[in-house]
Structure formats: structure tokens, C-alpha cells
Ligand binder design. Structure first.
Ligand SMILES: CC(C)(COP(=O)(O)OP(=O)(O)OC[C@H]1O[C@@H](n2cnc3c(N)ncnc32)[C@H](O)[C@@H]1OP(=O)(O)O)[C@@H](O)C(=O)NCCC(=O)NCCS
Length: 224
């Protein structure tokens, strides 16, 4: 049968993609996807050595699955995109600071050092006077499938789920220029920008050195 849609349009938003919640029994498949299509390129991971994420980092991401706020896009049963998100409350700045102290000295500790500074500066629950926010911790799309709206579809699935659960806010620290552009298109509000060159450790060394074109971590929120 002849398809009436212009070829370019079919290419941009494939219709054979299923977006659904990640089940508690699917953490292994989710992590296998994230290791290849998220961690290798994500600027905080790429900007600290060694290249591989620490076990505590991976455990943290997977600990969000039971909250029902993680989603994946599948094509023919194969994961092609995934988002990891979970709820946080007004105690998050203290919580992340404590985690950063606990993991100090390693790769995950350096990443938490930056995320703790971002949490303190943004403090979204107190800033917007809401009891909780669903925070997006990771978003990855298979490079073969980029530019086809999959990141946006996953972010929309998180927002819908957050709304259904009664949260008033979705927040995200965009460590990549690509994710920052994506959420801006979705109507997110910019709350804070921290340039990587400005985030130094106690001895004045830059903590994270991501490859270009990534220059800053930008925090955005969506009011539900
Ligand atoms: C962030 C990410 C999910 C965005 O993917 P996406 O949803 O497909 O992005 P968009 O639809 O907004 O893409 C817009 C354009 O930028 C391009 N693009 C997106 N991410 C890109 C990347 N990492 N490198 C180069 N180009 C990229 C797309 O191909 C598209 O190009 P086109 O307009 O020529 O088709 C993706 O870059 C990714 O998985 N990055 C690795 C992990 C990461 O850094 N996550 C974000 C941390 S907060």
C-alpha cells in the first residue's frame, strides 16, 4: 500500500515506537541500554575519569525504577531511548550534599560535588514552594534514532506521570546542550546556569571537564 505521508515526516517521528513505563523486572535491560547510549556521552560522565560509571552511580539510577517514573521507547522490542526520573522533596540539597561527602574521592563523588552545588543553587521545591518535584536524572536516545522526537516523547511521559501522581513540578539538570535545547522547546523554564569552568574543587581545579560543545549545566522546571 502506498503511504501518503512525505518521507521526511515518516523519518522524523516513527510510528512503530512504543513508549512505556520501565517495569521493576527490566532494570538489567535498562542499564545495558544506558551504558551504551547514555553514560558514554553524558557530559558529567564523559568529563571525569575513568570513563566507566561507578557502581553507586548505576545503583542510584536504577533505584528510581520502583517509583514508576522511568520510561523507555521500544522499536520491535529493542530499547531505543530511555528516561530515568524520580521524586524529590525540599530536603534534596542536604541529601545530595551528604551523598557527595560520602562518595568523595572517586568519579561519582566528583559528579555529586557538582550536582550538590547545583541543588543548593536551585533548591526548586523551596524556590517554587511545592512539596515535591519529579526530577529527571538521565535521558538517552540511541544515536541512530536522534532528532525524531523520542527524547521529547519520554519527557512528556514523565510529566504526565508526575501530574497523575499529584506532583506540581518536573525538574531537570541539563548537562548537555542537546537536552537543554530539547526541554526549552517543550516550554521548560530556565532556573540556573553553572558553567563547568566555574565549578572548582577546594584546590582550585575544575571538577568536570566535558568535551565541547557542552559548557554548562542548566536547570529547568516545568510547572504542571
Ligand atoms: C539529549 C539527547 C537525549 C537528545 O536526543 P534527541 O531527543 O533525539 O534530540 P533532539 O530531537 O532534540 O535533536 C535535535 C537535533 O540535534 C541532534 N542531536 C541530538 N543529540 C545529539 C548529540 N548528542 N550529538 C549530536 N547531535 C545530536 C539530533 O540528531 C537532531 O538533529 P537534526 O535536527 O539534524 O535531526 C541525546 O543527545 C542523548 O542521548 N545524549 C547522550 C546522553 C546525554 O547527554 N543526555 C543528556 C544529559 S541531561
Amino acid at each position: 500500500m502506498k503511504n501518503w505521508k512525505p518521507e521526511q515526516e515518516q523519518e522524523q517521528e516513527p510510528c512503530d515506537i512504543e513508549v512505556r513505563q520501565v517495569g521493576e523486572g527490566e532494570t538489567e535491560e535498562l542499564m545495558a541500554f544506558l551504558l551504551v547510549h547514555y553514560y558514554r556521552e553524558e557530559p558529567l560522565t564523559a568529563g571525569t575519569s575513568p570513563p566507566e560509571p561507578e557502581a553507586a552511580d548505576k545503583e542510584f539510577l536504577l533505584s528510581n525504577v520502583p517509583s514508576g517514573t522511568c520510561f523507555m521507547a521500544l522499536q520491535g522490542g529493542r530499547i531505543v531511548a530511555a528516561v530515568v526520573a524520580g521524586p524529590k522533596d525540599a530536603h534534596e540539597p542536604e541529601h545530595v550534599a551528604e551523598e557527595a561527602r560520602k562518595h568523595a574521592g572517586g568519579k561519582w563523588g566528583r559528579i555529586l560535588h557538582l550536582l550538590s552545588a547545583v541543588e543548593s543553587a536551585t533548591d526548586v521545591c523551596r524556590r517554587f514552594n511545592v512539596p515535591s518535584s519529579v526530577h529527571v536524572h538521565a535521558l538517552g536516545v540511541d544515536p541512530q534514532m536522534r532528532g525524531r522526537n523520542l527524547g521529547a516523547r519520554l519527557m512528556e511521559a514523565v510529566a504526565q506521570r508526575a501530574r497523575d501522581l499529584g506532583h506540581l513540578l518536573v525538574s531537570v539538570d541539563c548537562t548537555s546542550v542537546y537536552s537543554a535545547r530539547l526541554v526549552q522547546r517543550l516550554g521548560y523554564q530556565l532556573v540556573n546556569t553553572l558553567r563547568y569552568v566555574d565549578h572548582l574543587d577546594a584546590s582550585g581545579e575544575q571538577v568536570i571537564r566535558p568535551p565541547p560543545p557542552h559548557e554548562s549545566v542548566q536547570t529547568f522546571v516545568l510547572h504542571l
